[in-house]
Ligand binder design. Structure first.
Ligand code: FEO
Ligand code: CA
Ligand code: CA
Ligand code: CA
Length: 747
């Protein structure tokens, strides 16, 4: 979700609670480019993209029949052979000539026949049986003709996807209420019930017809929703632990639901992984709760941005006395010492990677606490090698937070690729292992520091007294602070290059980088996050820090998954193509390549293309959010670069960084631009690479709730303006992209 500048909308998505002293190598350098040169680089930034990408609009729903694939002869394939799509502010999906994008699954679409078609006028209910809102991360799970899991299937499968959040203003998810809803407290129960139910995940069957047209199957027995009210098991070190005792589960073995699910992952045994991101904002703590607790939990809550007296994102805790609402009030109200009569520990049951069996809705989802608790994005496995442990790479998306790796105790057994019980395989590989945090050094190397009680810096940490390993798994950020991890520019998704196993991380942006930090929430540049500059948006809005983000990659040392050392460089720096190449546009992006705020990131297992998706607020005066196709090289293919900044007193701060080899027209190109006020996120692909599913999240997000009755004032009317569905209110949706000649996507 982008950062709102409208102060009536409290921003619960870009928290910054890392006030630890962990530097960012300010000792090593400090940059300083003069403000003048930075600004100069960004002026006149309305770059004109090559017009080769005269684009086809996405067509919705029923009207658009994809041409029948041409079976033979197969056209000669050149990856990135398409003409780049130009930057655009149009309220539609633009894809290259020769491609078709079609809407297949939008907010409110029913998952069974008994649920009415979506009217899209705010009168709809029964969201437990409809597509949720804010489609986000997504994975493909193939189905054979026999209705069983089949990894090679290319025309029938399940899409498992996150419904991260909702488009809201002053608490109300206004597009799903007839008149925009009641945004003051107390929130009505009927509105709350709908708002809760549009969160979580959905699993939906999709199928390609004999004419080559994809659609979702309304009555598939596989379809299901998991919402913040569904039963979920706690697994790993947290299971049965005192930190998870609640009124709902005195034995600390379960909680209700998952919330604010963003990035995803797919395990080598075929289960779905979903990351809980900005969950803390959904829960409220009363004024005076710090004093009522008077224990170390106050330190932990603050580190995760839960402040006493703060309002919750939606005010659901005010919707009634029913326990299902009261669980969103995490104040200490009970008298039991262990917390078994209230929800003071409820927040400790959120913030995890959750494992779900997309093929079997009867199995309870499990929160894999061994992988740590933070603002999780994707969870991506390194290459599984028989006899070796599995590595899972993860990031914590908040300003100044960290990059993590989990290494399983169990070593990979190829027989587990097709297990009889996927959740049991998850128990084997994801409940026991070592958790590491990354430290990036100025020499292009880095280290994984284990977060364990055996580390004296953790065992004797003065800020927070850790009790045991479960405490580290729950309060991971504090443990990472203790060991001096590197503060990053908001780690979003990561992905592993199938060609060489290198791990790519999108670092989306950071408005708190400063040459000379003036508060504990600001941080100096470091080698892995080296840029501090100013950019002008629109007529006069100045954005400072690292407004455009970058993509970092790392290569493990010889030990592979279990390595504790790595080398790294910055694959690409996001920038406007007209920005200064010496201080901002360090990757020399052209108008066909320039982007800002990389977020979704996924390598295609078929083509090896690295798909880069944006969730931007910095360059959106020039273009809506987008998706680019890339064919990267490898760590170390570029050169060292030293940035020099001037401090207020005239002294210099220099930062050494490592810039990957500049992209060419053959290795980086814009592929898609989305409708107005959306984010492009989520990517799933059939194994033949010929159908690519992408999510369009929150089109029209900037619409003012006061304009709910006047569609002409919506900032987007997609996908109804593309012919999909009833009503004119904008809807998050899944699109499928196919190539008109039947070829692979990205060729
Ligand atoms: Fe939900 Fe950090 O993106
Ligand atoms: Ca700009
Ligand atoms: Ca995201
Ligand atoms: Ca984002």
């Amino acid at each position: 979700m982008t950062i709102h500048t409208d102060l009536s909308r409290v921003n619960f998505d870009d928290e910054n609670s890392n006030t630890s002293n962990n530097p960012s190598f300010d000792s090593v350098l400090s940059v300083r480019l003069s403000r003048r040169s930075a600004l100069f680089g960004s002026l006149g930034s309305v770059a004109t993209a090559a017009l080769g990408g005269i684009s086809l609009s996405a067509c919705g729903g029923g009207d658009d029949v994809a041409p029948t694939p041409v079976p033979t002869p197969a056209p000669a394939e050149k990856l990135l052979g398409f003409a780049a799509v130009a930057k655009s502010l149009e309220d539609k999906v633009n894809v290259p000539i020769g491609y078709t994008a079609s809407v297949i699954y939008a907010l409110g679409d029913p998952l069974r026949s008994a649920t009415a078609d979506y009217k899209n006028d705010g009168s709809d209910s029964d969201f437990e049986n409809r597509a949720g809102d804010h489609h986000d991360g997504m994975e493909w799970f193939g189905l054979g003709a026999d209705g069983k899991a089949q990894a090679t299937s290319t025309n029938r499968g399940l899409l498992a996807m996150n419904h991260e959040a909702t488009t809201d203003e002053l608490r109300s998810s206004f597009f799903i209420h007839a008149d925009g809803g009641i945004s003051t407290l107390p929130r009505p129960a009927a509105e709350t019930d709908k708002e809760v139910a549009i969160h979580g995940i959905s699993v939906v069957e999709v199928k390609k017809s004999s004419e080559g047209k994809w659609s979702y199957i309304k009555d598939s027995a596989f379809n299901f929703r998991l919402t913040p009210w569904s039963d979920v098991e706690l697994s790993g070190p947290l299971r049965g632990h005192a930190l998870a005792i609640t009124k709902y589960s005195n034995s600390a073995v379960k909680t209700r639901g998952t919330i604010n699910n963003c990035g995803t992952g797919k395990s080598p045994w075929g289960s779905f992984l979903t990351g809980e991101e900005n969950w803390a904002g959904y829960f409220s703590r009363a004024t005076g709760d710090d004093a009522a607790r008077a224990d170390k939990s106050v330190v932990a809550l603050k580190r995760y941005s839960s402040l006493q007296g703060g309002s919750s994102r939606h005010g659901w805790e005010t919707a009634g006395a029913d326990d299902k609402y009261q669980r969103f009030n995490i104040s200490k109200t009970g008298v039991l010492v262990d917390g078994g009569d209230d929800y003071r520990n409820e927040l400790n049951t959120f913030g995890y990677i959750v494992e779900i069996d997309a093929y079997d809705k009867s199995r309870l989802a499990k929160k894999r606490s061994a992988l740590g608790r933070f603002a999780h994005e994707s969870a991506v496995f390194g290459k599984a090698e028989v006899g070796k442990p599995l590595a899972v790479y993860m990031g914590d998306d908040s300003r100044g937070e960290y990059i993590y790796k989990f290494v399983s105790d169990a070593v990979w057994d190829a027989a587990d690729a097709t297990p009889t019980n996927r959740m049991a395989a998850g128990d084997k590989y994801l409940d026991k292992g070592r958790l590491y945090v990354a430290k990036f050094n100025a020499d292009g190397k880095g280290e994984w520091i284990e977060l364990a009680m055996s580390n004296a810096a953790i065992a004797s940490y003065a800020t927070y007294k850790f009790a045991d390993h479960a405490d580290i798994c729950v309060n991971t950020r504090l443990a990472a602070d203790a060991v001096g991890a590197t503060k990053m520019d908001r780690p979003e998704w990561c992905s592993v290059n199938p060609k060489n196993g290198e791990v790519y991380y999108a670092l989306t942006n950071n408005s708190n980088r400063r040459i000379e930090p003036a508060s504990s929430s600001q941080m100096a540049p470091n080698s892995a996050n080296p840029r501090v500059y100013s950019d002008i948006k629109g007529a006069s809005s100045t954005q400072t820090g690292n407004p455009n983000g970058h993509i970092l990659r790392l290569k493990e040392d010889a030990a592979g998954a279990a390595a504790t050392g790595f080398s790294w460089d910055v694959y690409l720096f996001g920038a406007e193509s007209s920005a200064s190449a010496s201080v901002i546009n360090l990757s020399n992006l052209t108008g066909d390549q320039d982007f800002s705020s990389p977020d979704g990131l996924a390598f295609s297992p078929s083509t090896g293309i690295c798909w880069i998706q944006t969730d931007d607020g910095a360059y959106t005066d020039v273009s809506n959010c987008m998706m680019l196709a890339a064919l990267p090289g490898a760590v170390g293919d570029g050169a060292k670069k030293t940035l020099s900044y001037t401090k207020a007193d005239g002294s210099k701060l220099t930062v050494d960084t490592y810039v990957g080899k500049a992209a060419t027209v053959d290795t980086l190109k814009r592929f898609l631009v989305g409708p107005a006020a959306c984010e492009i996120t989520g990517l799933a692909e059939t194994p033949d690479g010929k159908a690519l599913f992408v999510n369009i999240q929150h089109p029209g997000e900037t619409t003012a709730m006061a304009n709910i009755a006047d569609p002409t004032k919506y900032s987007s009317r997609w996908p109804s303006n593309a012919g999909y569905g009833a009503g004119e209110r904008p809807r998050s949706a899944t699109i499928v992209i196919t190539k008109n000649d039947g070829g692979r996507i990205g060729s």
